[in-house]
Structure formats: structure tokens, C-alpha cells
Design a protein around this ligand. Structure first.
Ligand SMILES: NC(=O)C1=CN([C@@H]2O[C@H](COP(=O)(O)OP(=O)(O)OC[C@H]3O[C@@H](n4cnc5c(N)ncnc54)[C@H](O)[C@@H]3O)[C@@H](O)[C@H]2O)C=CC1
Ligand SMILES: O=C(O)[C@@H]1CCC=N1
Length: 271
């Protein structure tokens, strides 16, 4: 079944998803539609990917079968109110917003509207995304499979209970930002010790990529992998000791709690 995919909002996350989706399957371009309040941004994205542009959100909904709601959480009520009269039961709405519950979205539509709540991340752009998804009770398995297949084409997918969704930004939706800060810090440290910044970003990003692949592909415990690097009396354990002294682990856990608390705050205002 060929289906038309629409993105309401053509910002960072829409860009990442469209880049990922079109990377392996360029033919999908003719089935992708975008709309945005910022017409210039929309035109730029449409011309970059040679995809279809819609003059407004309602026009997009009328053209598309699967509709990504790629606007910020605070804009959801505006967009949902705008499209509520034209979303028919054959269409699938995909939420990608932090803190927006399925119940909140359902409250705008007729009873059997198909909604999938998701939390992707921007590495979908390079086909290394991590997306959590929760379908509502009105979407049949074969259509859930279509949504899973879409996100699997740009990375890993996990179907979870919605009760876990508010903590997904902390672990994967937002966490690329913490890792970018870590890579930046590694590079700053290298520059401090005399390496060029360009070279430092290559070393830092490859070391992080390699370490991530060691965890995902060997399935060994990260603690064991760390121990394998720490030669007795060597260089690594000095750095590990310093990181522990400076509260590295608790800083990460504190950041994740702050992230989830914000998602829950958004959730509570958008019940
Ligand atoms: N950026 C990220 O890493 C991730 C973002 N998300 C979620 O994706 C959603 C979008 O986030 P970003 O792409 O980062 O934001 P963004 O600000 O880059 O893009 C949002 C777009 O929506 C457009 N917009 C605003 N009002 C509109 C309206 N009434 N109709 C149509 N378009 C409208 C804006 O012009 C903008 O281009 C948010 O709900 C966010 O929580 C989810 C996972 C990761
Ligand atoms: O910062 C945000 O709210 C969005 C959701 C997850 C990543 N970015």
C-alpha cells in the first residue's frame, strides 16, 4: 500500500525525519507533503528535498494518510483545533511532542481517530534514531506495523506503554544534546592540550561512536567495557577517578530527572 506522509511543521525534527526517510528510499519524496506557518522555511525544505508543499495544514491533512504533528507542544492545541473537522478515521496522526498525551489529542477528534504517540530523536537523520511509540486503541495491527516500519527505516523502534513516554526524552529524545556537550567538552580538552579543534572533533566523535557501538554490538555491560579500558596504574583510571570526584554520573542523572520533570509538567498542562 502506498500512502502519503505529511509533516505539519517543517522544523528540526521534520527535517531529520524527512532526511532519514528519503535517504534510503528517494522514491518516497513524491509521497511526502509539508506545511508550516513559516512559508519560507517550508519552501526551503520542499525545494531541498524535492517534496510536496501544502499551502496550509488543512490542505496537508486532506492530501495525506499519515500525518506527523511536528510542531512544538504548545502549538498542538492550535493545530489540533484547526484540523479536527477534517481528520477522518482512515488517517493516522503521529504525535512526536514531549508531554502530549494520547488522551489530550483524542479529546479534539471523533471517537475512533487513529493516533500514535512517539518520541523520536534527531539521529533519525543519519538512520541511527531511537524512537519509542505508543499506538492508541483504534489503530489496527497492520497499520501499527506501517508506522513501526517507517521509524525502523531510520533507526531502532520500541513499542512501550504510554506511562513510560514522559521519561523517553530524558533517555533518548533529548540525550543526543547531552552527548553533543560531552563531545564538545572532549574537543575543548584536546584543544587545551594543543590539538586542532577540527582534528579534536574527529577523534572525539569517533571515540563516542565506537564506544556506543561497543555497547550496542557486544551487549557487554558498560561497566565491564570501562574496566577493560582502565589499565592498572594507567591513564584511564586517573580520568575515571576525576570524573567520579566531579559527580559525572549524578550530573547525568540529575539532568535526566530535570528533563522528565519538564515533560511531566507539559503533560499535566495537556492532559
Ligand atoms: N528537536 C528534537 O530533537 C526533537 C523534537 N521533538 C518534538 O518535535 C516537535 C517539533 O520540534 P522541533 O522540530 O525541534 O521544533 P522547531 O521549532 O524546529 O519546528 C517546529 C515548526 O513548527 C512550525 N509551526 C509553528 N506553528 C505552526 C502552525 N500553527 N502550523 C504549522 N507549523 C507551525 C514552526 O514554524 C517550526 O518550523 C516538538 O513537539 C518536539 O517536542 C521530538 C523529539 C526530538
Ligand atoms: O527539547 C525538546 O522539548 C524536544 C523533545 C525531545 C528533544 N527535543
Amino acid at each position: 500500500m502506498s500512502y502519503k506522509i505529511g509533516f505539519i511543521g517543517s522544523g528540526n525534527m521534520a527535517f531529520a525525519l524527512i532526511n532519514g526517510l528519503t535517504y534510503k528510499n528517494p522514491n518516497i519524496k513524491q509521497s511526502i507533503y509539508i506545511s508550516d506557518k513559516d512559508t519560507q522555511k517550508c519552501q526551503d525544505l520542499a525545494s531541498k528535498f524535492n517534496i510536496n508543499i501544502c499551502t496550509n495544514n488543512s490542505d496537508l491533512v486532506s492530501h495525506c494518510d499519515i500525518i506527523f504533528l511536528a510542531v512544538k507542544p504548545n502549538i498542538y492545541p492550535v493545530v489540533l483545533n484547526e484540523i479536527k473537522a477534517i481528520v477522518t478515521s482512515d488517517k493516522i496522526l503521529i504525535s512526536i511532542a514531549a508531554g502530549i498525551s494520547i488522551a489530550f489529542i483524542e479529546s479534539f477528534f471523533q471517537a475512533n481517530t487513529k493516533i500514535v504517540r512517539t518520541m523520536p530523536n534527531t539521529p533519525v537523520l543519519v538512520l541511527e534514531g531511537m524512537t519509542a511509540i505508543t499506538p492508541n486503541r483504534f489503530i489496527p495491527k497492520e497499520e501499527i506495523d506501517i508506522v513501526v516500519e517507517l521509524f525502523e527505516s531510520v533507526g531502532k523502534v520500541d513499542i512501550i506503554d504510554e506511562s513510560l513516554m514522559d521519561m523517553i526524552p530524558a533517555i533518548s529524545g533529548s540525550s543526543p544534546a547531552y552527548v553533543y556537550m560531552f563531545i564538545e567538552s572532549l574537543a575543548d580538552g584536546a584543544v587545551l592540550q594543543g590539538m586542532s579543534r577540527v582534528k579534536a572533533y574527529t577523534y572525539a566523535s569517533q571515540a563516542v561512536l565506537g564506544a556506543a557501538k561497543m555497547v550496542s554490538e557486544t551487549r557487554l555491560h558498560p561497566g565491564d567495557l570501562k574496566d577493560n579500558v582502565c589499565s592498572p596504574g594507567g591513564t584511564t583510571i586517573e580520568a575515571v577517578f576525576s570524573l567520579e570526584k566531579n559527580g559525572f554520573r549524578s550530573a547525568v542523572i540529575d539532568a535526566m530527572n530535570a528533563c522528565t520533570n519538564k515533560a511531566k509538567l507539559l503533560s499535566n498542562t495537556k492532559k
